[in-house]
Write a protein that binds this ligand. Structure first.
Ligand SMILES: [Zn+2]
Length: 523
């Protein structure tokens, strides 16, 4: 098509002269000006951005009608409808009104108000648009009609949906800029905050069913699907299924027989639109202490029943969730302790993902306040270094998983009476390699294996002849309880073999998780 054009006169010079019959035809079918443009193959997006009134005027002048479209008469059945802008124009049979809505002030205002109502914090936005699948069928029917009626025009002999701009793309090009202006933020594709417009059109939904049914009936006649499941899948109304079915329905007469008409005509109402907003997750990291021997790290569910009233995860996350107004959260940490183990010292690093948060930027003083709120609400958990982090930083938590060391303090009982000197040799044990079989108590959730674990250093404080306190620094993932009691010989060597007596563990505390992450926050 001719690229040179001017908007100052009444005619589109983008169309070769002999296209005016097609334009008149589309106009009489009540196609909107933007659909007339795209069905004629117009590829300059700037033309589509022109006000709808101006486009209407140009088209009316091409088809030789009065420029006042309110008084214009069309050959197609004119239905008066109550579409979004309350006008009495027929709804475009091709885009179901979408390409009129995209520059409609009332529609724009409704979308702006809907986004505002959701009350998200954002500084730019991206747009996703979903359109009814029957738009493909409707466009196909119009192309079949044009090919049939204007067979003298070479240009329509092979035109398919792939050769013309799609309704959804034109809508997005135009509307994304308009919405950006009223939201007063930039439109940035793929940015964290997304506005989704979902268009539906109940009145014409059955057209997809008609198409897919037609397709599968035809299939049945030739070769029967082998499995019932396959048939169900084939009948599902998806975009690939609709596209495939349309590719087989390339004959005008066949289409007309199946749908009783070709092209499909104006519906009585324009498509409906629902607006939703979504923000990508935010991440909050910190370190926690656990001071209770009756608190699980995550909610403890046994055979569908909740055990214990709360957990480390809930004590930390619920307050933050309220603050950022998130849909949910996922807690993870650098290892975990048993219910009866305390985590002391500087605590254990953790990170929480909050999904669909409405508040995404918290200042350092807000974070500090949040930390104080958490710490003020409970005596059994404390957090420090609470901060927002980027998703990429989580990798450091996971990387540290295998290399880091952990320090422990354990209260030990021993069956034979000992003297303080009997504990001396423990200090000399360095980098003791253990062969540790998966402990019996975790066999139900961990595969059976023998793993090498290293105890880097040990020392002990004598308490009385039958009790002492053992300090250990070990490789991450070492099972301390099993090292102490031996787990029926499944951990070798163990404290029993080293002390040549039966030893048991009465209390265990994690005193340090030696991972320098996340960064320390100064008070
Ligand atoms: Zn249209």
């Amino acid at each position: 098509m001719d690229a040179s054009r001017s908007s100052s006169h009444g005619k589109f010079d983008i169309f070769p002269g002999d296209m005016s019959g097609v334009i008149a035809d589309l106009h009489h079918l009540s196609c909107c000006p933007r659909c007339v443009l795209r069905l004629c193959g117009e590829k300059d997006i700037e033309i589509y951005r022109k006000p709808i009134k101006e486009l209407e005027k140009n088209i009316a002048s091409i088809v030789g009608e009065a420029t006042n479209t309110e008084n214009s008469t069309v050959n197609a059945p004119v239905q008066t409808m109550d579409n979004h802008n309350g006008s009495s124009q027929p709804v475009c049979p091709s885009c179901l009104g979408l390409l009129t809505l995209c520059t409609d002030e009332n529609f724009l205002e409704k979308c702006r108000a809907d986004v505002e109502e959701e009350d998200f914090q954002f500084s730019k936005y991206s747009l996703s648009v979903s359109v009814p699948l029957q738009l493909l069928i409707r466009e196909h029917s119009i192309l079949l009609h044009l090919r049939q009626k204007h067979s003298q025009l070479d240009v329509f002999k092979a035109v398919t949906s792939e050769d013309i701009f799609q309704v959804k793309d034109i809508f997005k090009w135009i509307f994304s800029q308009m919405l950006a202006e009223v939201l007063e933020v930039a439109f940035v594709p793929l940015c964290p905050f997304e506005v989704s417009l979902s268009f539906t059109h109940e009145e014409t939904d059955a057209e997809c069913g008609t198409l897919i049914k037609t397709d599968s009936c035809k299939e049945k006649g030739t070769s029967r699907p082998r499995k019932k499941r396959k048939l169900v899948k084939r009948n599902a109304i998806t975009k690939p299924a609709v596209t495939e079915a349309l590719s087989k329905l390339s004959n005008y007469e066949t289409f007309k027989r199946e749908f009783t008409k070709c092209p499909l005509t104006s519906p009585s109402r324009a498509a409906d639109c629902s607006v939703t907003c979504q923000h990508s997750p935010i991440y909050v990291a910190g370190r926690y202490n656990k001071y209770s021997r009756e608190l699980s790290q995550t909610p403890w569910i046994l055979e569908g029943e909740r055990k214990g009233v709360t957990s480390v995860e809930e004590l930390i996350c619920e307050k933050i969730k309220l603050k950022v107004i998130a849909k949910g959260y996922n807690f993870s940490s650098s290892g975990r302790e048993d219910i009866d183990v305390c985590t002391l010292g500087k605590g254990r690093p953790f990170v929480v993902e909050f999904t669909n948060p409405h508040r995404v930027k918290l200042s350092s003083s807000e974070m500090k306040q949040l930390q104080e709120d958490i710490n003020g609400s409970t005596k059994i958990v404390a957090v420090r270094d609470l901060q927002m982090i980027n998703k990429s930083e989580i990798a450091k938590l996971k990387e540290g998983e295998t290399e880091k060391t952990k320090s422990y303090s354990a209260l030990i009982s021993i069956d034979k009476a000992i003297e303080p000197e009997d504990l001396q040799f423990l200090t000399d044990v360095k980098n003791l390699v253990l062969k540790q079989s998966t402990p019996i108590r975790v066999l139900h959730r961990r595969p059976l294996a023998v793993r090498d674990k290293v105890i880097h250093t040990m020392s002990a404080d004598f308490i009385n002849p039958h009790h002492f306190r053992l300090y250990l620094c070990t490789q991450a993932g070492t099972y301390i309880k099993e090292f102490v009691h031996g787990d029926f010989g499944r951990t070798k060597p163990n404290l029993c073999t080293l002390m040549n007596a039966n030893t048991d563990i009465l209390e265990l505390d994690v005193t340090a998780v030696n991972l320098d992450w996340p960064k320390q926050i100064d008070d």
